[in-house]
Ligand binder design. Structure first.
Ligand code: TYD
Ligand code: MG
Length: 455
């Protein structure tokens, strides 16, 4: 009998070596290598997905390739269409990552049930048929073209697929799949790679879209969907704070559209609800003036969104002041504090600083800088900023307020929501006409000027 081949895989990034090593040469993590049996003693590639008539590969001239019109299905879920770049593309392989319990199964069960007239196969290795039925009952959606398979072996899955010939396949989750070609346990790097590769071949050969759901943990300690990112067409990330109802579906990679897209949902008792106007829910409505609060006019994807920034600046009790940021990059907060210290003469060095983006969302748009800065100043001075003001500007290291993209759209959103003033950079391109607006546009050049306008 021939020897079973094994290899060592980094459980963090999927790097493969023949010998055990303490530190991964690829991602620099320690103690992440685990030995996995790579192949069973079966003739190679015997049991995987195969079509009946394999096409012989040949060189073609690009002009001679028939331009197949990209087939897309629009789902009833506008947020999902948006992150996919305009609907589900035929033959695409989409990976959806997210922490356990965030709502991935709910989202895709709900969408599959909503897609009427499309034969969908939902393959679950995590829940029983009864559990999925209970969930579907809770969602109160019925669909007679929805099929369920609770199975983890890809061999059995492909047999069933051949019988059913579904038009859409959803796999929940990739970590539970098992290929008979690989001996290691489900969820290991070699299994994830092999099963995803089989799904990829299936998707491309039959032109069926396949969604792979995958778990990731905060520290990325288990072999996660990270190792698959280069193999799939689209990577979506479902995120949000479990303690808040809001969930964000972000595009990380997309071969068929922009990666700056974002879908917003609210988890309710009856599944996920689309949020089409996020600004109204992200800003808390109140009448009294509070210190440490400022509103930013941000753009996530193509959509303007007003978010509330909250800061708390207090006297530090310990020698080393604390800095905590939720929903905002901590290093960016430290940079803004350093700018305020150096350019504005504020002594944040002896203060604890806490920063929070309301609603449990995470903002990456740098235009939020100015609002963060104002929230910090407001808490430092313990004086409220009028809640009729909003901000859109990036702050540079030398204390200049930098121009941001699509400022007209940000101003329009602020105007629509009834703000009186919006503070932007004075370095925007000339020729923008703000005179006809119902909102006052205040251009700022430097951090030092901000204080004068605020209080
Ligand atoms: P789930 O989709 O199982 O998460 P994942 O597949 O990402 O692990 O859903 C997780 C949470 O969603 C669970 O705690 C219950 C909650 N939930 C609702 O609040 N409302 C609903 O209608 C459903 C179906 C789930
Ligand atoms: Mg699940």
């Amino acid at each position: 009998m021939s020897k079973i081949k094994t290899a060592f895989f980094c459980q963090n990034c999927g790097y493969e070596t023949a010998k055990w090593t303490g530190k991964c040469p690829s991602c620099n993590q320690w103690n992440t290598f685990v030995e996995e049996k790579v192949q069973k003693d079966v003739p190679l590639r015997q049991q995987e997905w195969k079509t009946d008539s394999p096409k012989a590969p040949k060189v073609v001239n690009l002009d001679a390739v028939e331009g197949l019109e990209e087939r897309r299905w629009l789902t009833p879920d506008a947020e999902l269409n948006r992150v996919l770049g305009g609907g589900i593309v035929a033959g695409s392989l989409v990976l959806v990552g997210g922490e356990p319990g965030i709502g991935k199964s709910t989202l895709f069960l709900q969408n599959a049930l909503l897609l009427k007239g499309i034969k969908t196969l939902y393959i679950s290795g995590e829940e029983s048929e009864q559990q999925i039925k209970m969930r579907a009952d809770r969602l109160k959606i019925r669909n007679d073209q929805f099929y369920l398979l609770t199975e983890t072996s890809t061999q059995v899955i492909f047999q069933e697929i051949k019988k059913l010939e579904p038009q859409l396949v959803i796999i929940d989750s990739i970590q539970t799949l098992q290929s008979p070609l690989i001996e290691s346990a489900p969820g290991s790097v070699s299994q994830i790679r092999e099963t995803a590769a089989e799904m990829q071949r299936f998707a491309k050969e039959t032109n069926t879209p396949v969604f792979l759901i995958g778990h990731i943990t905060k520290d990325g300690s288990i072999a996660g969907p990270k190792i698959l990112e280069h193999m799939v067409d689209t990577v979506l990330q479902f995120e949000g704070d479990q303690h808040y109802a809001y969930r964000i579906l972000r595009t990380i990679k997309n071969r068929f559209g922009s990666t700056a897209e974002l879908g917003i949902y609210e988890m309710s008792g009856e599944g996920l609800r689309q949020v089409s106007n996020p600004s109204e829910i992200l800003i808390s409505q109140r009448d009294d003036l509070l210190s440490g609060v400022a509103i930013a006019s941000t753009i996530e994807g193509l959509r303007p969104m007003l978010v509330e920034v909250q800061a708390l600046v207090t006297q530090s009790v310990y020698g080393t002041p604390q800095r905590t940021a939720t929903g905002f990059d901590l290093r960016r907060l430290q940079m803004l504090l350093a700018v305020l210290e150096k350019r504005g003469g504020f002594h944040f060095g002896v203060k604890d600083v806490f920063l929070n983006i309301a609603g449990g969302i995470r903002v990456e748009d740098p235009s939020i800088d100015l609002a963060v800065l104002c929230a910090l100043l407001s808490s430092y001075e313990d004086t409220g900023v009028s809640h009729k003001y909003c901000f859109a500007g990036e702050v540079g290291l030398s204390g200049e307020i930098r121009a941001v993209n699509r400022v007209e759209q940000r101003i329009a959103e602020a105007e629509k929501l009834g703000f009186d003033k919006i503070f932007i950079s004075k370095y925007h391109k000339k020729g923008l006409d703000f005179s006809k607006l119902n909102i006052e546009v205040v251009p700022l050049g430097r951090v030092e000027e901000v204080y004068r306008f605020l209080f």
